[in-house]
Design a protein around this ligand. Structure first.
Ligand SMILES: NC(=O)c1ccc[n+]([C@@H]2O[C@H](COP(=O)([O-])OP(=O)(O)OC[C@H]3O[C@@H](n4cnc5c(N)ncnc54)[C@H](OP(=O)(O)O)[C@@H]3O)[C@@H](O)[C@H]2O)c1
Length: 399
């Protein structure tokens, strides 16, 4: 008998809830709790919860006391945090106070600085270990599946991995001149930051979108992709022995980049508060309010995502290359869960990570990144739960 407290009711939480209900042998009871109670109730009403008992609750996840009160009254075995990266530490504090396991999909970001790193959450390791509770960090697609792919490649195909290139391609078209596929505030903070990649023990910084490459993505086509900093670079650099270089590339269309540049140039992506008619407002939060809600993109997005990892390293003294990737169709994701593929490719691994902990496969006191866990049961569950993976033993490399 297991009981999950799912925090958040956005695109990713929606997919995770659909997938939990499809795995009701593990998820017997779920409470969907978020800032806006109506969104939790709307989601509950849509779910076909024959085998899973679903309740809802209102909670401000920035408030540790409110979280503790909810946890004490619901008594969950695990918290699946699918609200925003600003809430990671308050939720981890509430987990420590109540002895509850924790899992998330994105690392902590302070609200007032566009900076994300694992340091803050890694600092909880000794306290989680002492309390005998588990925290798994980054169980989405990237980070998430990319880390599981890395652990799987190392376990089954390499003695040593020296080069990792993560390629995230969204070939979807939503028909709007500009919209973001997940939370606009988080998305724009990520893509407007300086680029960074890891090489020979240090991070090398680039200007935003300075490094551009072309790559042919199966079932999507030839795309321009740009080097970005992404959080799994930090954890893979720490946990992959023998690694020499890790890069992360994401595809962007011309229209997206032109709009983003223009919004940046006029100051709309700034997170510095400004005075507007006697009120303090943050331009990026105002921009979020006028952009299409990512949740509304589902019905209009067509095309596919193709996200994966290319590995180069050594096996039995010989050079070896290997690629693992997944292709996900926006419309199929929408038909199944009411959300497009970007939410789908995050919500499915979030459910699987939660399942790993609840089934005891990933239960270990302390704070861990996903690549530190045994990848095999997770890989099997990806195939069973709508994100099958493809192997390529002769992939095109990125120059
Ligand atoms: N690893 C990956 O591959 C990956 C990919 C995409 C996204 N993500 C992460 O997934 C998470 C969810 O993304 P999303 O696209 O679903 O975002 P979203 O649609 O904006 O949903 C966020 C949800 O969190 C709720 N929320 C915000 N602040 C809250 C608070 N203080 N207390 C309680 N609930 C709060 C929101 O409530 P309201 O409805 O009231 O606003 C909303 O329901 C984010 O952390 C994002 O960074 C990870």
């Amino acid at each position: 008998m297991s009981r999950l407290l799912l925090i958040g009711a956005g695109g990713v939480a929606r997919v995770a809830a659909y997938k939990c209900v499809q795995n009701s042998d593990v998820f017997q009871e779920i409470c969907i709790a978020s800032r806006t109670l109506e969104k939790c109730e709307e989601l509950k009403a849509e779910l076909d919860c024959k085998g899973t008992e679903i309740t809802t609750a209102q909670v401000d996840a920035d408030d540790v006391e409110q979280l503790i009160e909810l946890i004490n009254s619901y008594q969950p075995d695990l918290i699946l945090h699918l609200a925003l990266p600003y809430q990671n530490l308050s939720i981890m504090d509430a987990c420590l106070a109540t002895g509850t396991d924790y899992i998330d999909t994105a690392n902590y970001e302070p609200r007032d600085t566009a900076k994300f790193e694992y340091k803050w959450q890694w600092d909880y390791h000794e306290r989680f270990k002492k309390a005998g509770i588990t925290a798994i960090l980054g169980s989405g697609f990237d980070p998430g599946v990319t880390g599981v792919f890395s652990a799987y490649a190392l376990k089954h195909h390499f003695d040593e991995i020296n080069y990792i290139d993560i390629l995230d391609c969204n070939g979807g078209d939503h028909g709007y001149p500009f919209a973001t596929n997940f939370n606009p505030e988080i998305n724009i903070r990520e893509v407007s930051a300086k680029g960074r990649y890891w090489e020979n023990g240090i991070f090398i910084e680039t200007e935003p979108m300075e490094i551009k490459r072309e790559y042919y993505f199966e079932e999507v086509g030839l795309k321009d992709m740009y080097l970005l900093y992404h959080e799994e670079l930090e954890s893979l650099a720490k946990f992959m022995p023998g690694i020499k270089r890790i890069r992360f590339f994401m595809t962007f269309g011309e229209s997206y980049l032109t709009h983003l540049k223009c919004l940046e140039n006029v100051g709309m992506t700034s997170i510095e508060p400004i005075d507007y008619e006697g009120k303090q407002i943050i331009p990026l939060q105002f921009l979020k309010a006028v952009l299409p809600d990512p949740a509304s993109l589902g019905p209009r997005t067509v095309g596919k995502t193709n996200i994966g990892v290319i590995f180069q390293g050594k096996k039995d003294g010989k050079d070896k290359v290997y690629r693992l990737y997944n292709i996900c169709d926006h419309q199929e994701a929408y038909k199944e869960t009411g959300a497009q593929a970007v939410s789908y490719t995050t919500g499915v691994p979030a459910m699987i990570g939660a399942k790993m902990i609840l089934e005891g496969k990933w239960k270990k006191p302390g704070v861990f990144n996903i690549e530190q866990m045994d990848p095999d049961p997770f890989m099997e569950d990806l195939n069973r739960n709508g994100l099958p993976w493809i192997e390529d033993f002769d992939p095109t490399l990125v120059p």
